[in-house]
Design a protein around this ligand. Structure first.
Ligand code: PMV
Length: 327
């Protein structure tokens, strides 16, 4: 059995503005992951997909165990498998006999990168099975191809942070900068329980930008400036400075019109429970909030968010391979 894995992600700062060429910072979320295994199938069976923990309805499928050739042409898993096989050098007409098992603990449609993580894990598992190493850059590029089909005009930040599995400072169309985190810091991540359809929210922001271009560009510039300051703070290990920057970024996202009462409620709760700063993460309207906390703040902020009705609360420690161990 051959395996591929990928983490979830959150956007720390800079969503939406990143679509318009400003920088953004995203970090992997370690507590959740997508996992895909590949094993040989029966002779002549072709490729079978087994989706274990993926809610079938959310994925738009009725069955959780089905042959690839019966999947609709627009099925993201089908697209990812065919792209992966073609990249590896196997013509889709020579469908190999494989059983591909997909499971994920990353909530779907909440801005945690579930789709990009499943595609990344799938490509990694296929690459391992066929003994065809994939570089991080190649993986990110292939995942982006799949993301483009399903998310309209993605900036490319999701596939980048998930494929590289490291904090990234990302500017659309520029080489990725892997962020050296000067000192690790903690985020509490809480789900409003409301689905956030990235394509739709990004489309609404685009409509607003078409009507009020100057105003939106001013907001994007202000967000970009926050992200640049945050980058320097992260590199220097001055992570507490991120709190006020997250609050400022949230205020600008509210002005952009992508927050919501459910998000605002969790943000107020997190700040009152001691978070140093908090904001929505991802497209907005629903999905997750992120809150910056001291290590001692993880439990009280988590408990307060649970009491306030968060559907799920996670936490993650943001670090990079080069981060000194604080102990
Ligand atoms: O985190 P998601 O997948 O909801 O993506 C949202 C990030 C946006 O900046 C709004 C869109 C993008 O493609 O970067």
């Amino acid at each position: 059995m051959w395996e591929g894995k990928a983490p979830g992600k959150v956007i720390l700062l800079g969503e939406h503005a990143v679509v318009y060429g400003r920088p953004a910072i995203a970090v992997p979320v370690s507590g959740v992951e997508a996992r895909v295994t590949v094993r040989p199938g029966e002779r002549g069976s072709g490729v079978w997909l087994e989706c274990c923990d993926l809610p079938a309805a959310a994925e738009g499928k009725e069955r959780s165990h089905y042959p690839l050739r019966e999947a609709p042409a627009g099925d993201p898993l089908r697209v990812a498998v065919l792209l992966g096989l073609t990249h590896i050098g196997i013509a889709p007409s020579l469908e190999p006999d494989l059983v591909i098992t997909i499971s994920s603990t990353i909530p779907i449609a909440r801005g945690l990168g579930s789709g990009a993580a499943v595609t990344t894990a799938l490509l990694r598992a296929l690459a391992a099975y066929f003994n065809h190493p994939l570089s991080l850059e190649e993986t990110s590029h292939l995942v982006y191809e799949v993301e483009k089909l399903f998310h309209g005009t993605p900036s490319g930040i999701d596939n980048t942070v998930i494929a590289y599995q490291q904090p990234v400072y990302f500017v659309r169309g520029e080489p990725v900068e892997l962020l050296e985190v000067g000192r690790p810091f903690h985020l509490v991540i809480a789900d409003t329980g409301v689905a956030s359809v990235t394509r739709q929210v990004v489309g609404e922001v685009r409509q607003r930008w078409q009507v009020e271009r100057t105003h939106c560009e001013t907001l994007f510039d202000a967000i970009g400036a926050i992200v640049r300051v945050a980058r320097d703070s992260i590199l220097r290990g001055e992570w507490r400075a991120l709190g006020p920057l997250m609050n400022e970024n949230q205020a600008l996202l509210e002005e952009l019109g992508v927050s919501s009462p459910a998000l605002d409620r969790l943000l107020t709760t997190a700040r009152s429970a001691g978070a140093l700063g908090a904001k929505l993460s991802g497209a907005g309207r629903g999905g997750f909030i992120i809150a910056l906390v001291e290590e001692e703040g993880i439990v009280p902020v988590t408990e307060a968010l649970e009491r306030a009705g968060a559907a799920q609360v996670l936490s993650t420690c943001v670090t990079s391979p080069s981060t000194p161990d604080p102990r």
